[in-house]
Design a protein around this ligand. Sequence first.
Ligand SMILES: [Zn+2]
Length: 207
Amino acid sequence: MSAIEWIETTKKKEQPIIDGHLFKVKERKSGGKAYWICNTKGCDVRAVTNNRNLVHINKNHWHNCESKEIITRKYANQCKNVIRKNPLKPIPQIFNEERLTFVNNDYNNREEVIATLPNYESIKSSLYRTKKENFPSQPAIRSQLIINDLWSKTIDGRDFVLADNGIDDRIIIFGTSAFLIKACSLQNSVVFMDGTFKSTPPLFKQI
Ligand SMILES: [Zn+2]
């Protein structure tokens, strides 16, 4: 009995790993049937799946499993899932945290997994691409900007938009109400302020 599992491709489709070997698509039929060929060049092992179940595989491979590529892909996919859930989380932090959980998965080849994990440089551009895909697109005019959900909160979930007024001449004030109350209650005190005034998103200036 062959073991089959599925992995997401960079084009957000799925491809099977059958007994540790990666397969690429030959043909997908409507109705759930798909034809596959081994991903290793020169190997012509073919498989047929139906609704993600393996229904046929024609012979054995002459080569070893593609474990390095499979581990790299699984690890990158795990990081990408975290990015999709929380696109504001820094990529290097995700890379390090997921590395720990990934190697603690119940692998029977744990030593090999640790030795084979990709380094940061080799997958960072693919992770940043996923991050970019999960950011809202840049609006052409200020009235198109939508600030909601995740984008209107602090990291610990407090509201961060104090005011949002105007259409084409839109002005937005960011801050927490707790800080505003604190700033207003400082009677007879001198408040020193600073800001990164040059660093602003397009269409806005910081005041
Ligand atoms: Zn093969």
